[in-house]
Design a protein around this ligand. Sequence first.
Ligand SMILES: [Ca+2]
Length: 303
Amino acid sequence: VVIDTDTGIDDFFAIVQALRSPELRVEGLTTVGGNVPLRYATRNALRALEYAGRAGIPVAQGSARPLHGRFQYAFYFHGPGGLPARMPRPVIEPVQEGAVDRLFRRATEGGVRRTPFTLIAIGPATNAARLLRRLRPLEGRHRLEHLVVMGGAVDVPGNVTRFAEFNTWNDPEAAAEVLAGDVPTTLVPLDVCVPVRIASADFEQADPTARRLGLAWLKRHPGRRLGLADCVAIAAVTDPGAFGIEETAIEVDTSHGPECGRTRRAGRGRSIRVARRVDPDRVLGQIRERALAPVIGRVDTPR
Ligand SMILES: [Ca+2]
């Protein structure tokens, strides 16, 4: 898999969770603006790799802006640099190649990595939409097998407006293109993320760095529990049995009016897989074991 991330706190834990999931082989990360500006997202992605001891995994920078306009950042939620506590400056650097070029090459070139791959998009869908535009003329003759997209709110209120979830609101055109596109797609909307929330007791048991980040977030948001939507998206890939799936077409409001970014079932259009029910305890168990548990046996060294 490749993980496309606008690395804030839930992305950080989702990357760690994916790296410690035996079901996945994480080939690379690509970054996008969203929670924070692109350069912060990239820095936090590099930090997640160093923290997990997987500094050899390449990070490619992608879109600093959505398809139209500018990203609206979420410093209030994630903290000024995208994380709620200070972390060491990363030693490793991103690769020179851009995210979409790199993904396109992965999807189309031969060589040792001929296997199909899945792109898990846990930020605004901008990079994914740009990739699909480039792949479309190939009419399926490529190796992007599956897209998993964290975004949207189907039967629950949004988290940025009453109607919209943050990722679809931040680049509604990209979300609309991806969800209507021609690569098999699974949408992981807020509906299945809301029930999965981390309490301070979970962080008390966690790895020291995870504990520091989690407790700093909880201190900034008194009385709340931390939702880790991006971790739920990883779990939808590693443990699909924990979810109930509805097959439906989804349309995204791209009006840039009050309902901008709203995701609704559509009467026509391509059907995608939408995660609609979740076993929250099962997903929480995976997050505790893989995203929060102490990191041991760091396996590789910086490039
Ligand atoms: Ca994210």
